[in-house]
Design a protein around this ligand. Structure first.
Ligand code: NAP
Length: 256
């Protein structure tokens, strides 16, 4: 792929950057010149993403933080600013599923998904905006999902991802006057460990589910982490600075 260098001199934090979509986003931003803080539950988990970036000549450091916890978020952002001197781009990507039909869904299923998928985006955005507002520059891109429109067995997940849309629209209003763009990306079926786990939960081989998902998608393929990374990079770049408060669907046309 021929990439430009839209992020030369910029510093990005990507949560959940150890694997899947977060790893692809980290690698894409680094390939375009950003120094990337790869945050995941432990620094060890982010090591592979960092090694891939460094091997390609980029700059990245792995951090351990549970981004659903206030103290972890405060320490993470302080550590990144201490290392890189500033933050320009925040990608709220960390996410989990705890799927169950409503009558079987536990309090723990509900709370953990809301906390990791939605509370973390609130905590990270609140911590980073201090730096963004002071420097009158910032980009926030959060991961929503097509499931925000409703998906059987995902009341907790759908609510968290619809919450990300509302958070995004509101933060864009509050932070826009300070040079901060706030947007979200709502992927459809993206082939990662998360969708493989969903396949196994419903008793399918991951390849079977991929085939079925591709058949139901107008462009006749599933998505890949690189599809989402390209969209996040566009929204984090200055060329899209008149776009704010939006949730962009990236799903090959599979809107339902
Ligand atoms: P993934 O492969 O499961 O990766 C998620 C990463 O987030 C993992 O490395 C995970 O670490 C980390 N993480 C989980 N809880 C965390 C926490 N509390 N603090 C810090 N990091 C944490 O998922 P993915 O498929 O790449 O999805 C990435 C994002 O895209 C998620 O927000 C997801 O909801 C969204 N999305 C995905 C799809 C899809 O089809 N794959 C579709 C729509 C939206 P552990 O592995 O150690 O838990």
């Amino acid at each position: 792929m021929n990439v430009s260098k839209r992020f030369e001199g910029k510093v990005a934090i990507v949560t959940g950057g150890a694997q899947g979509i977060g790893a692809a986003i980290s690698q894409r931003l680094a390939a375009e010149g950003a120094a990337v803080a790869v945050a995941d539950l432990t620094a060890e988990r982010g090591g592979e993403t960092v090694a891939a970036i460094v091997k390609d000549g980029g700059r990245a450091v792995a951090y351990g933080a549970d981004v659903s916890k206030t103290e972890d978020v405060q320490s993470l952002v302080a550590a990144v600013v201490a290392e890189f001197g500033k933050i320009d781009i925040l990608v709220n990507n960390a996410g989990i599923t705890r799927d169950n039909l409503l009558f079987k869904m536990t309090d723990e299923d509900w709370d953990s998904v809301i906390n990791v998928n939605l509370r973390s985006a609130f905590l990270m955005s609140r911590e980073c905006q201090k730096h963004f507002v002071a420097q009158k520059y910032g980009k926030i891109v959060s991961l929503s999902s097509r499931s925000a429109l409703g998906n059987r067995g995902q009341a907790n997940y759908a609510a968290s991802k619809a919450g990300v849309m509302g958070l995004t629209a509101t933060l864009s209003i509050e932070l826009g006057p300070f040079g901060v763009n706030v947007n979200a990306v709502a992927p459809g079926y993206i082939a990662t460990a998360m969708t493989d786990a969903t396949a196994r939960r419903i008793g399918l081989d991951p390849e079977e589910l991929k085939k079925a998902a591709a058949g139901e998608t107008p462009v006749r393929r599933v998505g890949y982490p690189e599809d989402i990374a390209a969209t996040v990079a566009f929204l984090a770049a200055d060329e899209s600075s008149f776009i704010s408060g939006q949730t962009i669907q990236v799903n090959g046309g599979a809107n339902r």
